[in-house]
Design a protein around this ligand. Structure first.
Ligand code: FMN
Length: 417
């Protein structure tokens, strides 16, 4: 089919031969293009097509003879978007150009996504007489975009579900922290726990073992996130005050109630053996477990590769106390040794996890032991909870903008002055 020439502007100076050569070239160019090209006549009722190129015939499967004289809406069918058709209708009515994507059907009934641009064409007097339409098959791009959008939506939903799960896990983990610490005449206790993700691998508690003794532990599971939190939750169950399921007691016929308190060495050794006999994913933990005698203020403890306790004797310089041992869950022959700290009136004992000292500044410097001791020294006259807030705020500020990269926890025992 050739492009109609009646009504087209012609230069009176061009001779007929040149004019027909030019038209021939235009017709060949229009026939060669992959895009569908159509012309609708606005002077005829219902704006019928008066020209379609070969590209349109290939795209739709309709021959020119089948479609000339019809409005191009015959390509539409079920599942189309009425709002897109409204946009086209308004553009034709208002003689404006517009580009839309709409669902069309080929002659054989196969659907395809048509990117349609229609542009008004004016005559010499400026009156819009025709519309030219350009149709492109964008089914592949459209399906890829739709698939990407759906994949993004699924990803967003999955990440939201994961966020909610983490929140729930965090609530479970927080519920295992001491709701309130024991009230012991002559002693004060405080703690702070700051997981670096929603859930963390640090865990701590002070438990009343009997009328005289308190069990104190702080532990740090390797790694952080859900796996570390799950292990710390398991450990907090093993370190409970329910004798028949706790590692803190041993069955003993000689003792009232049938149980005696396990020594710190027994507790840590048993935990180490338990995790070596029941290997899960490669995880280990460092910990300090100790027993505080309320009457003598003597703290007997064992360290499994944990950070040294920091003892602030009242009015004196801080002392970094004995640590050692191998993290639990690594080596079956690991031997653990008991150490003792006696708290005099006014003394404080700090048990922390390494997330505090290892908090890094933007330039990569660690907060470090010296800065921590200086901060704790400045807070020595503050109530315990306040001094912990000062310390945590200081490391938070140090590690701006991301915050500490590991869980950071601290527990303080004070013998009242
Ligand atoms: C030049 C031109 C080409 C068009 N090509 C198509 C097309 O390929 N597919 C389609 O669904 N509609 C096409 N249309 C739009 C319809 O012809 C019609 O304008 C649209 O369906 C809105 O009007 P209606 O509500 O009267 O159907 C074209 C319109 C013009 C002016």
């Amino acid at each position: 089919m050739t492009i109609p020439t009646n009504g087209g502007a012609q230069s009176p100076n061009l001779d007929n031969q040149r004019l027909s050569a030019q038209l021939e070239l235009k017709n060949r160019a229009l026939a060669a293009t992959d895009e569908g090209i159509t012309i609708a006549d606005l002077s005829l009722p219902d704006n019928p097509l008066i020209y379609v190129n070969a590209g349109f015939e290939r795209l739709t499967g309709y021959s020119a003879a089948e479609v000339i004289g019809r409005n191009c809406r015959f390509l539409q069918g079920p599942g189309g978007n009425p709002q897109t058709v409204d946009i086209l209708r308004s553009a034709v009515r208002e003689r404006r150009a517009v580009t839309v994507q709409l669902l069309n059907y080929r002659k054989n009934g196969a659907p395809f996504w048509n990117r349609l641009s229609i542009t008004p064409v004016s005559d010499a007097t400026g009156v819009v007489t025709h519309f030219i339409g350009v149709q492109s098959d964008v089914t592949v791009e459209r399906e890829a975009t739709d698939a990407l959008r759906e994949a993004n939506e699924r990803l967003r939903a999955a990440s939201e579900a994961m966020r909610l799960n983490l929140q729930a896990a965090e609530a479970v983990q927080r519920s295992l922290l001491p709701a309130q610490l024991p009230h012991v005449p002559g002693m004060n206790f405080a703690f702070k726990f700051r997981p670096c993700h929603d859930v963390g691998g640090d865990c701590l508690n002070i438990l009343r073992l009997d009328d005289r003794h308190l069990g104190v532990y702080i532990l740090d599971v390797s790694g952080h996130g859900v796996a570390a939190a799950l292990l710390s939750v398991t450990l907090s169950h093993m370190l409970s005050v329910i004798p028949d399921r706790s590692f803190l007691y041993r069955a003993s016929g000689d003792c009232p109630g049938g149980y005696r308190i396990s020594s710190p060495v027994e507790v840590v050794t048993r935990l180490n053996q338990h995790f070596l006999q029941n290997p899960g994913p490669l995880q280990y933990f460092t910990m300090i477990y100790g027993i505080l005698d309320q009457v003598t203020a003597k703290f007997r403890y064992v360290s499994a590769g944990h950070l040294s306790p920091i003892h602030f004797p009242y009015g004196h310089a801080p002392r970094i106390r004995e640590t050692g041992g191998i993290p639990a869950g690594l080596l079956s022959q690991a031997k653990y040794e008991e150490h003792t700290i006696v708290l005099s009136p006014g003394d404080r004992l700090y048990l922390g996890t390494d997330g505090i000292m290892e908090a890094e500044s933007a330039s990569g410097d660690e907060y470090g032991l010296d800065r921590m001791l200086a901060t704790l020294g400045q807070c020595s006259a503050l109530p315990l909870a306040e001094s912990l807030t000062v310390l945590m705020d200081a490391i938070e500020e140090w590690s701006v903008p991301v915050g500490p990269a590991d869980d950071a926890s601290m527990l303080i025992i004070e013998r009242c002055a």
